[in-house]
Design a protein around this ligand. Structure first.
Ligand code: NAD
Ligand code: DAU
Length: 349
């Protein structure tokens, strides 16, 4: 893998993955990071990488929906490997404004696949980053496996499901070397503060309301982002072409319990709020339409075949994450001061 096209590298997981590849992994090639810099993308996330790895890291501001623009990238950099993170990623936004999800997640992925197909003689791998949300919602028991049928419930998960199917079809029809990973909820540094964990941390620090949807008993499986990055790299190196791999945290939690833990950790480690505990900030609000009840991921295939398991415990990962948001309050203010401000007014609740 000499010339790796990585899409969406200025977002949360992409930025963590680039850091991991260049600073800690045995990857030896160069990374061409293509990102449109939507409200969720910040090139500042990689300023340090840009200066430290100027010979192995290139940034190109481009939209993956722009076929011609992406064609230039493939030929200019002799792309031999693709790792595709770029997406519209927030379920709430997909409910209010699905259009961008269909464009980027489906058409954008299709463009990349077509360009990879045109460059098939040099293509080593097309790795597609996907989500456990494509499988829909679980009852009280059971886990998503790689064989679970797809039942997406939000425009976001439907667009990711569509892209997974197109990637699969390119492997079956054109024999393209592909892998897909379906991962559970990530948390950690650089996550945009519209998502549950950073939103709750920042609001709790500032003494603002903590809006919990519905009855707060929806369950998510949480994984520290660096563990996700390690899994993706293992799949890229050793995963069987044409296969999909589940990635999970073995860490199911009800939303309300998660928010209470964040409150307790903040009360323990930072200045207390005057005269009240942070838990008193919890406010139950109108539920998300079509809100999936429970996610839980069986990742035994990835564990048994590739030797990957999550390393970070929830408590240690959450402490690191809280510390990062406390130390990077200015980052959070800056990323929220752009296009994101116009979104707040559009929310469904
Ligand atoms: P994010 O929203 O933080 O980042 C997405 C990045 O993609 C941003 O930098 C954005 O500018 C870029 N982008 C968006 N549209 C683009 C376009 N048309 N052209 C080029 N760049 C574009 O997302 P994230 O949380 O880092 O998620 C990354 C990937 O991982 C997504 O594919 C998502 O579906 C998947 N995923 C996320 C999670 C999670 O918990 N966050 C879990 C499983 C899978
Ligand atoms: O499961 C993987 C998915 O996890 C990824 O594919 C998505 O890109 C990622 O955004 C995430 O989706 P969720 O919808 O699960 O994440 P979010 O952080 O938006 O919400 C987590 C849970 O918390 C969910 O049950 C909704 C709830 N929630 C969320 C917000 C933002 C609240 O109760 N209050 C909130 O303010």
């Amino acid at each position: 893998m000499k010339n790796l096209l990585l899409t969406g590298g200025c977002g949360f997981i992409g930025a963590n993955f680039i850091r991991y590849l260049l600073e800690e992994s045995d990857f030896k090639g160069r990374i061409i990071n293509v990102d449109k810099l939507t409200y969720a993308g910040n090139s500042e996330n990689l300023a340090y990488i840009e200066s430290q790895f100027s010979d192995r890291y290139i940034f190109e501001k481009k939209d993956i929906c722009d076929f011609k623009g992406m064609e230039e990238i493939f030929s200019k950099y002799l792309i031999d490997t693709v790792c595709h993170f770029a997406a519209e990623s927030h379920v709430d936004r997909s409910i209010v404004a699905p259009d961008a999800f269909i464009q980027t997640n489906i058409i954008g992925t299709f463009n990349l696949l077509e360009l990879a197909r045109a460059n098939m003689d040099q293509l080593i791998l097309f790795h597609h980053i996907s989500t456990d949300e494509v499988f829909g919602s679980l009852g009280n028991r059971g886990f998503f496996t790689e064989k679970t049928s797809y039942k997406p419930n939000s425009p976001y998960s439907a667009s990711k499901a569509a892209s997974d199917h197109i990637v699969r079809a390119y492997n079956k029809t054109y024999d393209m070397p592909t892998t897909i990973s379906n991962c559970s909820n990530n948390y950690g540094p650089y996550q945009f503060p519209e998502k549950m964990i950073p939103l709750m941390i920042l609001n709790a620090i500032e003494g603002k309301d903590l809006p919990v949807y519905g009855d707060g008993r929806n369950i998510r499986d949480w994984l520290f982002v660096k563990d996700h990055c390690k899994a993706v790299w293992k799949i890229m190196k050793s995963g069987s072409r044409g296969e999909t791999y589940n990635i999970g945290g073995n860490c199911e939690m009800k939303n309300i319990d998660l928010v209470e833990q964040i409150c307790d950790l903040l009360d323990e480690t930072t200045e207390k709020l005057p005269n009240r505990s942070r838990k008193e900030l919890i406010t139950f609000v109108k539920d998300r339409p079509g809100h999936d009840r429970r996610y839980a991921v069986d990742f035994s295939k990835t564990k048994n075949n590739l030797g990957w398991s999550p390393e970070e415990s929830f408590k240690s990962g959450m402490k690191k994450t809280i510390q990062w948001y406390i130390s990077n309050r200015k980052w959070a203010d800056r990323v929220k001061s752009g296009e994101y401000r116009f979104w707040i007014k559009k929310q469904y609740r």
